[in-house]
Design a protein around this ligand. Structure first.
Ligand code: HGY
Ligand code: MN
Ligand code: MN
Length: 414
């Protein structure tokens, strides 16, 4: 075991850096919004790059906006130990989702470099450009480009809610012209991600660390119902082709089916767009999001197939029609058992309580996990709350995660 940083100094450092990063995109509700390529995202990446350079990492972007801070290894042939997380957030998100993994990696690498000099293997801290799919219908844009499963042709026709094309947003932020190295990497030995749990298992069970064995699969759809808009006062109920009524019935059906599922499947409708969205006009068109997750991809497929069959029947009864457009389909992924066992050994030696668990949230580790050995490590979330300004993890838990990362990176790279 190596000598660890002073606990109170470490606690202060991690708290200060969480606040530092949250200041980029912080809003008056105490939440944080940093969307891919938006001004807060640009400012945050710039601030991280400056911090990387200040702690003597050589910092560079790739051509889609992933930011890397590198410590050279003494062995020129060795592959890279990559650690970090995503810099983007959901709208009105918390200070910790993604950001904590980047802050922890910066602190851990700075500590190791200062106290143990250059590692044998190169270590890189990565601030991944996009994971959430909050601005565009595209998730894992950062990790997907690094691992080669995402590319420019996948974003040619997509736009954000303000009809800004993806490629224009990327170019306006200074990426996509080829002036930075291409994103695909072939020199990675492994990826380590430290992240908040975003659930309440660790808190309820009184465990300090989660060692993730599997990340659930997930599908995301846009479900569009088309009817006929008309006057709210002069159109008798039985003459209506009311897209809002149909949408309400579909949401009710899928939610009841998910509630009835005892195998742990979850289905969420979080967003709804209504046209013309006027109180005294019958809705002509309603588009709502659908997010379905489970540890078994076949269970997700079956749930969607059964619901969509019922959707068509309900729409036909209402004289409306429904289109289900899938824009995300990620399989469940196992984390690397050897890396996880290494983390567990450290936790056992230090007498730190931990739980091996599945992640109900998606993570960049899901993308890296089919590309290179990957470990995903959780610290507790208060009340299991996340994707909200109420997201919180106490200092004790935050600095314990950093300590684990210091020990793990030392074992892997020195
Ligand atoms: O939605 C998720 O599971 C993750 O926070 N992107
Ligand atoms: Mn998230
Ligand atoms: Mn996240």
């Amino acid at each position: 075991m190596i000598e660890q940083p002073n606990p109170s100094a470490l606690s202060e450092q991690v708290e200060n850096m969480i606040e530092w990063l949250a200041s980029h995109g912080g809003d008056e509700s105490g939440g944080v919004t940093r969307l891919l390529y938006d001004p807060a995202w640009i400012a945050a990446q710039r601030a991280i790059k400056e911090k990387m350079e200040k702690i003597r990492l050589s910092a560079r972007y790739d051509d889609v906006g992933n930011l890397f801070g590198r410590v050279a290894g003494r062995d020129p042939e060795a592959r890279v130990i990559l650690t970090g997380s995503h810099i983007d957030t959901v709208k009105g998100g918390g200070k910790y989702d993604g950001a904590y993994g980047i802050v922890a990696a910066l602190i851990a690498v700075e500590y190791l470099l200062t106290h143990y000099g250059l590692p044998l293997k190169p270590i890189e801290v990565v601030s991944l450009c996009e994971e959430e799919g909050s601005r565009f219908p595209m998730t894992y844009w950062g990790s997907g480009n690094i691992t080669g499963v995402k590319s420019r042709k996948k974003v040619r026709d997509i736009k954000d809610a303000n009809a800004v094309p993806f490629e224009q947003a990327m170019r306006d932020a200074g990426f996509g012209f080829g002036q930075h190295p291409q994103p695909e990497r072939r020199d990675l030995e492994c990826f380590i991600e430290l992240h908040i749990e975003q659930g309440q298992v660790l808190e309820r069970e009184g465990k300090s660390i989660g060692v993730v064995s599997h990340i659930v699969g997930q599908r995301r759809y846009d479900i569009t119902v088309r009817g006929e808009s008309n006057h709210a006062g002069t159109t008798p109920m039985h003459w209506r082709h009311d897209a809002m009524f149909t949408a309400a019935e579909l949401i009710r059906l899928l939610t009841h089916r998910a509630k009835a599922d005892e195998s742990g499947l979850v289905a969420t409708v979080g967003r709804m767009d209504v046209k013309p969205n006027v109180g005294n006009v019958i809705a002509r068109e309603v588009t709502f999001s659908l997010d379905v997750r489970h540890s078994d991809a076949e269970r997700i497929r079956l749930f969607c197939e059964e619901c969509f069959g019922e959707f068509d029947k309900i729409a036909a009864e209402h004289g409306t029609d429904v289109v289900c457009r899938k824009w995300m389909d990620e399989s469940p992924v196992a984390m690397d058992s050897v890396l996880s066992a290494t983390a567990e050994d450290i936790l056992k030696q230090k007498g730190i309580s931990y739980k091996t668990m599945t992640s109900g949230a998606g993570h960049d580790s899901q993308v890296f996990g089919i590309y290179c050995p990957t470990a995903l490590l959780f610290v507790p979330s208060r009340g299991g709350i996340s994707h909200s300004p109420e997201e919180f993890t106490n200092t004790e838990d935050l600095q314990r995660g950093v300590r684990l990362l210091i020990d793990l990176l030392y074992k892997l790279a020195y």
